[in-house]
Structure formats: structure tokens, C-alpha cells
Design a protein around this ligand. Structure first.
Ligand code: OSB
Ligand code: MG
Length: 370
């Protein structure tokens, strides 16, 4: 398939409520949507969902747009590619910036899916018809408000509750949630807010509340302290920010830094690298779940396909866009069923119909390269 045109747009999406984590508060969500055109008349969509500032990883929505326009577009325009593996080779000399690379790569998967008349699920080797999901609960002004939100999600069927934590918003919160829900699968996510020397004891005290995962307690480059802590605690550590590639996953496995990996296509450059991490984790006995970057229905379509692979044994962060945004960019996106699962589409393309008028409505900046 010959790529003839790329449209890169930054969208600003009105949020129904803000989302707070240890890195800051997301009050208005921006994301980058990439559209690829081929000489055969196909179009494919992908998403690079980053944040307003480099507070989660080193990227932002603006750096994603810049890297795509200046360094990815010139390497793919006018060229022929048959497979996603071949496609990403075209910009393999561009170091890092995995979130920027995710939009174009996923848009190419969308094209391949349409060309081969084969769902994304089948293309990535997915085996499940439905995937278990949980919600990531942002930090609230009070524990009471947190419990109110958890009440709703549990009533809706969500199978796991992940609490965002930071020093001072941890033990008491977990105690109260555990008191109210003795049986719920409970995980915590610190987004790197702790360090081993100061906080090892506090984090270990979460063992008494049967927390099933501590996600990314320490710095993103700190595989060594994660390994030291994993050897001291019975709670499985899950790495998120630390894993930007299959090589990072290999290092973490060799050091014993985690027992679980949160695989986000948007953090590792797309589905090719995500599948590599999935396979490596399966070999190494590391569990995985699919995380998210509060994507729209476009980005979520790729996450769902990925999460239908065999080794995704933990519930994924797959709440529908409606939990964050007043309008989504796809028509009738997925819903969480009363059994806490989301159906995996099995038709060619995204599996959801893109609403181009909504994309246009929320476009803040647009760049075209052809
Ligand atoms: O650490 O998993 C994270 C959102 C933005 C940035 C980082 C994270 C998150 C979430 C929400 O936890 C996950 C989602 O539903 O997309
Ligand atoms: Mg996380």
C-alpha cells in the first residue's frame, strides 16, 4: 500500500470530570489523531494520546504532532508498505518518542485490516471474544467521594478497582476501600510518586489489605529499586512507565523488577512492540494487562484488540470514553457489560465507525503532509 497523505490533528475534548493522578490533574484532554491515505483510496485512523506536559512520560501532545510532521511523515509519504513491521522500519532511525509513533503505526494496522478483510483482533493473534475490565479511579477530594465512584463502577460490573495513590493518599484510602469491599480485586497505581528508602515500609503495609498489584511505585528509570522491593514484598509489582520497549521488559524480567506489566500501545510505539512484550512476558511468567492513556474510541479500538490475546489475564483499564468525555469520535463505542467484560469487535478496520464531523468539531490544530 502506498501512503499518499497524512493528516495530523490535535483535538481538545471537553471532559465530563477531571482526572487526578500523582503527576497532576487532567482537566481538559487533548489527543492527537492521525489519518493515513493510500493510493488505493483507503483511509486509516490512529491515535497518539499524550498529556499536556511531560509529566507521565517524556512526551506531550505537541511533541507527538511535531515528531509525526517533521520525522515520520517524510519517511512514509510516497512509499509502499505491506506489513506494520515494514512500516515501522521506515522510521526506526527515529529514537524514542513511542507515543508519537503509535498513531501512524495504528493507522497502518487499520489499513491492513481493511485491505486483508481481517479484524484487528485476528491480525494481532487475539483469541478472546470479550475482555475483563477495571476502572482506574483518580484521586478525589475525599475518601467518601472515592467510595461513591467505586459504588457505581462495582454496580456496573467492573471487575477490578485501581486506586491512584501518592504519599499521604494511600494507606487510609486503601483501608477504607477494603473495609467496604472485602472481596473486590484492588490495585494501586503511584505513577512513580514514591522512593524505596523513604516509603518501602508504607508500601509494604498495603499487604494487610490484600492489594493485588502495586503499579509503578518508583521512578521510571529505576529498575533496580523495583527489583529490591519486589524481593521484599508479597504484592506483585506492575511496571507501567518503566517499560517503553520489549528491551525494557527483558531488562525488568532479568532483574526481577516486576511480576506484571501494564502494556499500553501508546507508551511503546504501537501494536508491534506491544505484541513483542506480550510474548516475552508469557515466556517469562510475567502477567500482563492492557493499560490506557484515556484514549478516545479510536485508540481504545487497538487496545481492545491487543487485550484479546491469550496472556492478558488481569482486567484491563478499558473504561469507555463516555466516562471521561462528553462526546466520542466514534459511533456507539463499546460498553461494559454486566459481567464486567467488553466485547471484542471482529470486523475489518477499527470495529467502530469514526465520526469525522466530531473530529472536525474538536480539532484545535491540523497539519497535512502529502
Ligand atoms: O498510569 O495508567 C496510568 C491515565 C493517564 C496517564 C497514565 C495512566 C492513566 C490511567 C487511566 O490510569 C487509564 C485509562 O483508563 O486510560
Ligand atoms: Mg499506570
Amino acid at each position: 500500500m502506498k501512503i499518499t497523505r497524512i493528516e495530523i490533528r490535535k483535538l481538545a475534548l471537553p471532559m465530563t470530570r477531571s482526572f487526578k493522578a500523582s503527576f497532576g490533574v487532567v482537566t481538559h484532554k487533548e489527543t492527537v489523531i492521525t489519518k493515513l491515505y493510500t493510493s488505493d483510496g483507503l483511509v486509516g485512523f490512529g491515535e497518539s494520546s499524550s498529556l499536556w506536559a511531560p509529566v507521565y512520560n517524556h512526551e506531550t501532545n505537541d511533541t507527538c504532532m511535531y515528531i509525526q510532521e517533521k520525522f515520520i511523515a517524510p519517511r512514509i509519504i510516497g512509499k509502499n508498505f505491506e506489513t506494520p513491521q515494514e512500516f515501522r522500519e521506515a522510521y526506526a532511525d527515529v529514537i524514542g518518542n513511542p507515543t508519537a509513533k503509535t498513531g501512524p503505526e495504528c493507522a497502518f494496522w487499520d489499513l491492513v485490516s481493511q485491505r486483508d478483510n481481517k479484524s484487528l483482533k485476528r491480525l494481532v493473534g487475539g483469541v478472546k471474544d470479550e475482555i475483563p475490565v477495571g476502572e482506574s479511579i483518580g484521586m478525589k477530594p475525599s475518601i467518601k467521594q472515592t467510595l461513591d465512584e467505586i459504588d457505581k463502577r462495582i454496580a456496573e460490573g467492573y471487575l477490578r478497582i485501581k486506586l491512584k495513590i501518592e504519599p499521604g493518599w494511600d494507606v487510609e484510602l486503601v483501608r477504607r476501600v477494603r473495609e467496604r469491599y472485602p472481596d473486590v480485586t484492588l490495585t494501586v497505581d503511584a505513577n512513580s510518586a514514591y522512593n524505596l528508602r523513604e516509603h518501602g515500609k508504607i508500601l509494604r503495609s498495603l499487604e494487610q489489605f490484600e492489594v493485588s498489584i502495586i503499579e509503578q511505585p518508583f521512578g521510571e528509570c529505576d529498575l533496580v529499586d523495583h527489583a529490591a522491593f519486589q524481593s521484599e514484598t508479597t504484592i506483585p509489582i506492575c511496571l507501567d512507565e518503566s517499560i517503553e520497549s520489549a528491551d525494557d521488559a527483558r531488562s525488568a524480567a532479568a532483574l526481577g523488577s516486576c511480576k506484571v506489566i501494564n502494556i499500553k500501545p501508546g507508551r511503546v510505539g504501537g501494536l508491534v512492540e506491544s505484541v513483542k512484550i506480550h510474548d516475552l512476558a508469557a515466556e517469562q511468567g510475567i502477567g500482563v494487562f492492557c493499560g490506557g492513556m484515556m484514549e478516545t474510541g479510536i485508540g481504545r479500538a487497538f487496545n481492545i484488540a491487543l487485550a484479546s490475546k491469550q496472556n492478558f489475564s488481569y482486567p484491563s483499564d478499558m473504561s469507555p470514553a463516555s466516562l471521561y468525555f462528553s462526546e466520542d469520535v466514534v459511533e456507539s463505542s463499546f460498553t461494559v457489560k454486566p459481567n464486567g467484560h467488553v466485547d471484542v469487535p471482529d470486523r475489518p478496520g477499527l470495529g467502530f465507525t469514526v465520526k469525522e464531523d466530531i473530529i472536525a468539531k474538536f480539532t484545535k490544530k491540523k497539519v497535512v503532509v502529502e
